[in-house]
Design a binder for this molecule. Sequence first.
Ligand code: MTE
Ligand code: MO
Length: 436
Amino acid sequence: MAKKTSSDLDLGELELAAGNGLVDRRGFLNRAGSAAGILGTGLASLAVSPAQADPLKVQDWTKTPGLGFTAYGQPSQYENGVGRGPIVEPNAMYKTGPGSIRSPLQFLDGMITPNGLHFERSHNGIPDIKPDEHRLLIHGLVKRPQVFTLEALSRYPMTSRISFVECAGNSGSLYGKTAADGTAQTLHGLLSCAEWTGVSLALLLDEAGVDPKAKWLLAEGADAASMTRSIPLAKALDDAMIPLYQNGERLRPSNGYPMRLLVPGYQGNMNVKWLHRLKLTEGPTMTRDETSRYSLLLKEGKVAQFKFPLDAKAVITKPSPGLTMKGAGLYEISGLAWSGNGKIVRVDVSADGGKSFAPAVLSEPVLSKALTRFRLPWKWDGGPAVLQARAVDDTGYVQPTRDALVAARGNSPAYHNNAITNWAVAVDGGLKHVYA
Ligand SMILES: Nc1nc2c(c(=O)[nH]1)N[C@H]1C(S)=C(S)[C@@H](COP(=O)(O)O)O[C@H]1N2
Ligand SMILES: [Mo]
């Protein structure tokens, strides 16, 4: 075939990689990087025409000096529709504090969740901990029990890592018999990702001197729920840490101020917030928080007592329910993929309900046990479509369909739902959660 120049290109010649308009990621990237840019795709430029733009009208904000400074900045007032929600507080009438609030995934981009939008889940409210009076005790099967103040911990060498936290109950409604009406936020928003900075747990355990009999440790929070979970010692020595900072500033009260446990890739509840005690033990302690809930019900009356890492999952955040598409043409499909077992190596995207898939571009950095942003151009023809994303991680694990997950586990479990989500696109550009 003779080589085409950019002016020869038209819509039909964008290299398609899968059914219903998914554009090949390499072809598009090359073309988008050429001088012809998006015009090289044969699509009309998305910029407004000079006539519509009233060539750079001199606006009021250009004519007068702007506002002054504030000690702690806030988002633009025009973005005030972007917030966490819904507030779920089932016991609010009894004035106790269990509940949750979800991250607005469909309004964010990149891989980091701003601190004010990190999801929150607490079993009995957010304690108001005075940092100078808080203590962390390390005891049990150790040679030298230790008590740390925040000030003392702050003098240890710090490490940083970008890690997601996901509640084991996230996406739980996908076990339901009918597709819940919801958005990326309401269905999947018990998920966030931050850069955590603090002290490696291995360092502190080394200082305490772990007794060779110790194989587990108990982590306890200082909140009114006294949240307690047992963590395998191997995990504690591998990559666990005690963050003091979240995206550069001190932890938010709701996310564990002044210190929490981070066990990267493990289900949210094991990342004990307001951490004040670590006890080295021979076996799991079998606390209320790991016997009354968090075991995974399976079929035929079987139960997986402990299932710690969260398996690979991907969610398309743009477009997604609540974000209406504005007519046929070129769009970017983008979303988040993550695995509690390692790195995301591929995200396959479908626009025809899973009949055909094309691999998305993974935005750097792609980090183990962190959210990974994926992107793929899509030439929407204006007709009905069903969008899916399917994550693959570096253990070779492929995210299952909902049918496969339910066939393996039944409909009764509440936790660890990592099924593929379907967003149906209607001809009016609206999107809706559906089952395949
Ligand atoms: N002390 C304590 N730690 C806790 C909880 C709690 O209620 N108390 N909730 C857990 C649950 S269920 C989850 S999903 C994560 C949520 O972390 P986040 O609120 O920082 O998003 O914290 C976990 N750590
Ligand atoms: Mo959770």
